[in-house]
Design a protein around this ligand. Sequence first.
Ligand SMILES: [Zn+2]
Length: 146
Amino acid sequence: MILEGRVHLPFEYAAGVAASRFLTALRDECKILGARCLSCRFVWVPLSSFCPRCGRDSKDILEIAPVGTLRSWTVIHEQGVHRPFPPPITYGLIQLDGAHSSMVHRILCPEEHVKTGMRVRAKFSEKRVGSILDIEGFEPVREANG
Ligand SMILES: [Zn+2]
């Protein structure tokens, strides 16, 4: 016999030094922080305590441009238990200018207008609380030539 159920397990944990600095910069300054590894020169965002490529913790902390390129995306049409937004939700893999890594966030435009390679810009929430959702999502940017 198999019984189905759900476990609701709210929890809190310390974000740590690097993530706290990243979230504080989002909340207080609308700035996106990343880092450049002093060993392999990899630039990553969001800021974390060690290089995701080589694992070293020596780094320069950088302000990363809020503008980048949509590298990939998908649309979720089903309602999820813990999703913060109603479907459909477009999630994108965004490579901010100057960064080697990409970050996942919401894309703020209708699915029919989303294109891999399009330029996007972070839209910051008016009420920020120290969460990745202090960025509401990324909106398309109209380039001068397109
Ligand atoms: Zn590295």
